[in-house]
Design a protein. Structure first.
Length: 194
């Protein structure tokens, strides 16, 4: 069973926001220099075609809507009035391996550029199924729980977050007993104007 990587961020929007607001976000996403997702077809590696777009979803039994962005990339932001989460094509274990494969810088730049485009400034990484604790926080995001509440709960449960990817040891990763959460405020990237 695969455990997917999700990214929670502090981006949000007013329920009264016009669609023009989301059109602007879409334009920002289209301007990002992201690598397109790839797939194999008849022995050839092809890039996914298309560009960023979004759909509006009225949340059943709730008095708000959500915006789901889609594009030919590895990231899919979903904005709610109180939080934004980004689903990815990556596994949660990616966080524990990117330092070893010298992918930390490119991964962080991609995530930061998307987070900035949707109006966020920091992230918490969580996982879905097969993860004893982190999937509960993802469920809170799905329910439009404010990012600040989720962050406070995670600090209470786990203590200070891991902010240095080199401290994550893939050999010690146990989805049934995760004892840390990974946080990134991209302070270094903000200072250099990324």
């Amino acid at each position: 069973m695969a455990t997917d990587l999700y990214i929670l961020t502090n981006a949000k929007f007013a329920v009264s926001e016009s669609l023009e607001f989301f059109d602007i976000i879409t334009s920002k996403l289209k301007a990002l220099p992201l690598n397109r997702a790839q797939y194999m077809h008849k022995g050839k590696c092809l890039e996914v075609e298309g560009d960023w777009n979004y759909k509006v979803y009225q949340e059943e039994e709730d008095n708000y809507y959500s915006i789901w962005f889609d594009g030919p990339y590895a990231y899919f932001p979903k904005m709610f009035p109180n939080i934004c989460y980004i689903s990815t094509t990556f596994r949660y274990s990616t966080l524990y391996q990117i330092f070893e494969y010298n992918r930390v810088d490119s991964f962080r730049k991609d995530v930061f550029s998307i987070v900035k485009a949707v109006g966020g400034s920091e992230v918490i990484f969580v996982a879905d199924n097969a993860c004893d604790k982190l999937n509960g926080y993802l469920s809170m995001a799905w329910d439009n729980c404010p990012y600040e509440v989720i962050k406070a709960e995670m600090l209470k449960e786990f203590g200070q977050p891991v902010t240095d990817y080199s401290k994550l040891d893939y050999i010690k990763l146990n989805y049934q007993n995760i004892t840390e959460f990974v946080f990134d405020d991209f302070k270094d990237l903000k200072q250099i104007g990324e």
